[in-house]
Design a protein around this ligand. Structure first.
Ligand SMILES: C[S@@+](CC[C@H](N)C(=O)[O-])C[C@H]1O[C@@H](n2cnc3c(N)ncnc32)[C@H](O)[C@@H]1O
Length: 272
């Protein structure tokens, strides 16, 4: 599975826009200090930056880190041309917000940074949750915030019904869990891990991806990539996989396929 494909990350943007839980987001914005120091783990193509600007975060200092150099290059180019502003090394400055994108390992890159906030969107199903929380505590000042939207949580549905659905979805989730560090139920485990720690779980909401025809923006392309992820997980492992995939791709071409993936948005404050 290649979760770092730039086109896929750009295509999922409108899906994420619909999914984000407004209540968790509003609490996040309420808790942010003026001119915050924001760090983003696994920033992808940097779509958080225009969202922050839209939400009124127009001052401070943002650094997004992703391990994929091509994605980092795309983030610098696309977000600079979208957000405007003045070029600086590795990024740009817009209003009073300084934005930089860097290549690196998000679990080590921000150690000792004393940041106000750590954003981790659609990332915590890819790495061990406790390792990530430990890294985020190291990156934040006492009382700093972890905002973790779109954390996948182990429910996947395709419609219309197909007889192989249950076997396909089970094999897809098993394949995720078989990858080192990955967890198809990361969302609920993130809640458990935050509650077991000394900080405060400030807000939680569901953030399901729901994609249905007619597909807006590039959501047909997004769904085609999701089918490729599922194909890689099930081919040769599930009876009826070939028919299932052929049927789903035909339904996508015909504008008949719907898809839901369950996720959580989580806002956690590390101990003060
Ligand atoms: C599903 S994408 C999410 C990207 C972005 N947060 C978004 O929601 O659009 C996962 C991203 O994690 C990055 N990634 C995976 N492991 C990483 C690590 N240890 N450090 C930094 N980036 C990582 C991948 O390169 C990819 O861009």
């Amino acid at each position: 599975m290649n979760h770092a494909d730039g086109q896929y990350l750009e295509a999922k943007r409108t899906v994420d826009d619909r999914a984000l839980d407004r209540r968790v987001r509003d609490r996040f914005l309420d808790e942010l200090p003026a001119a915050p120091r924001i760090r983003e783990a696994a920033a992808g193509t940097g779509v958080t930056v225009p969202r922050l600007l839209d939400w009124g975060v127009t001052a401070g200092d943002y650094v997004g880190v992703d391990r994929d150099a091509d994605v980092v290059a795309l983030a610098r180019e696309r977000r600079a041309s979208e957000c405007g502003g003045e070029a600086i090394t590795d990024g740009f400055r817009v209003d009073d917000l300084t934005v930089r994108f860097e290549q690196g390992n998000a679990l080590t890159a921000f150690a000792g940074d004393g940041a106000d906030c750590l954003v981790a969107q659609a990332f915590l199903d890819l790495v061990p949750v406790d390792d990530a929380l430990d890294a985020f505590v190291d990156a934040l000042r006492p009382g700093g915030l972890v905002y973790a939207p779109i954390t996948f949580d182990g429910e996947t549905a395709f419609q219309p019904d197909h007889p192989a659905d249950d076997a396909v979805v089970a094999a897809y989730h098993d394949a995720i869990d078989a990858e080192p560090g990955r967890d198809s139920r990361a969302g609920r485990h993130l809640l458990d891990r935050c509650r077991a720690r000394d900080g405060d779980l400030l807000a939680v909401g569901a953030s399901d991806w729901v994609v249905y025809p007619p597909y807006p923006a590039d959501e047909r392309g997004f769904l085609a990539t999701i089918l490729d992820f599922v194909a890689a997980a099930i081919e040769g492992r599930v009876d009826g996989a070939t028919d299932w995939l052929r049927t789903r791709r035909r339904q996508l071409d015909a504008g008949e396929l719907s898809y839901v993936a369950h996720g959580y948005d989580v806002l956690y404050r590390v101990p003060g």
